[in-house]
Ligand binder design. Structure first.
Ligand code: SF4
Length: 140
């Protein structure tokens, strides 16, 4: 449903900013592309509402690493969520638009910050997320 709020765990806001078609499986990537490209990056995407969850979310749903509401890499994922929630001022139950989320990222996550904020993530070394973060700041 186009108007249904998305449900995101805290670290998936920045993952969505940096998404460039890579993921853990074809089904995972297709689902994330649908959410990010067809909703958040589509016209009017800044108005899409997102509710913060403390467990697996709409991005995690088809992930091969999901085990119920947990992840095979649960400790690492929980650490990422804690860091990102603190950086962006997010709590379970927070509702905000994608446009508001990008403002929070601009205000709280300077270029270069992902090496610490996302330490442990396998996608960090590709540099795609840091490039997207830099572009977000340049577009302000
Ligand atoms: S480096 Fe990993 S955790 Fe950080 S924004 Fe990119 S995909 Fe998400």
């Amino acid at each position: 449903m186009a108007n249904t709020p998305l449900r995101y765990r805290p670290h998936h806001f920045l993952c969505s900013l940096g998404f460039q078609g890579k993921g853990y499986s074809d089904v995972f990537t297709a689902n994330m592309a649908h959410i990010v490209e067809d909703r958040l990056r589509a016209p009017g995407g800044d108005d899409v509402e997102i509710e913060v969850l403390g467990a697996t979310d709409d991005i995690c749903a088809p992930c091969p690493k999901r085990r119920g509401t947990l992840c095979t890499a649960q400790d690492k994922i929980a650490t990422l969520d804690t860091r990102h929630a603190r950086a962006l001022g997010l709590f379970v139950g927070t509702r905000l638009t994608w446009g508001d989320a990008k403002q929070r990222i601009r205000a709280n996550v300077p270029p270069g910050a992902l090496s610490q904020l996302c330490a442990g993530c396998q996608w960090l070394e590709l540099g795609l997320c840091e490039t997207a973060l830099k572009k977000l700041h340049e577009s302000a």
